[in-house]
Write a protein that binds this ligand. Sequence first.
Ligand code: BD6
Ligand code: ZN
Length: 311
Amino acid sequence: MAELAVDKHVKYILAVEKNKDSFESVVMDHLRMNGAYWGLTALDLLGKLDSVNVDEVISWILKCQHESGGFSGNIGHDPHILYTLSAVQVLALFNKLDVLDIDKLDITGLQNEDGSFSGDMWGEVDTRFSYIAICCLSILCCLDKINVEKAVSYILSCKNLDGGFGCTPGGESHAGQIFCCVGALALTGSLHYVDKDLLGWWLCERQVKSGGLNGRPEKLPDVCYSWWVLSSLIMIDRVHWIDKEKLVKFILDCQDVENGGISDRPDDAVDVYHTYFGVAGLSLLNYPGLKAIDPAYALPVDVVNRIFFSG
Ligand code: BD6
Ligand code: ZN
């Protein structure tokens, strides 16, 4: 079987970060905060975070913070909770959480009466935003700033008869949304509300013949679902229900072994998003030489331990 082309992937990630005129950089421009999280976390899992200029990254992140407290995807764009989590995660990677003014973040103000969360002041609701709020506040050790009980009960109202979760109550089950709901329940100590066998069954049915995982029935497999599905299976303790070896092979088959990077499926164009989720998936599968990643925080385990055990 092919091996993970570690050095090529490191080179690829560092090149995308530098080359702001590439097709990929232009397309991802408004998502740059997420791009920073994907690229930098992948580098850390690969053991190469030290090739990055920390001060440059931190000062750019702070320039993306708005008066309101939220972060935007890049300098000059509008703030949204989607980017606040990526900013907090990158600061955690570099052990720089102390540059944040927690009271200014204003995540509390995004919680609605029914316990749900809006993504910004315009109000769209999505269980992704519940996960993001809970994950940010948990990293910053201030979950008490929101109504956790109501947040949990809203997430449970998005649970479907097939065991999965959707975006809002009644919304179709989707692996990405399931990660958000299961992750939020894990971070609040509420996993006992999940029917683990029923959900585990739905999740392990996502594995197709090639070994890859899809995000919903009838869809093509995609490397990024290795993360959304596998992390959820680990959190509910049912990861032994999938064929791990075949999934490792599928992810490795999606590498560009010449120029580095990982694509959504074999022979497609690579991007940083799928490179990160491919590496993160392999980390969850205990691929040799990679740092371990925490399935609920989506951060390296040593980073999570540093947050909670060494102040
Ligand atoms: C997110 C998910 C969970 C928790 C917090 C989150 N914050 C933001 C997100 C979604 C975000 C992400 O994964 N951040 O780490 N996703 C994206 O930024 C992607 C970017 C993208 C666009 C086009 C091609 C490849 C990547 N995005 C906006 C998406 O819609 C991708 C698109 C895609 C990837 N592969 C096939 N299509 N889909 C996606 O992120 O699906 C996972 C998902 C969906 C809904 C809820 C949770 C996760
Ligand atoms: Zn994908």
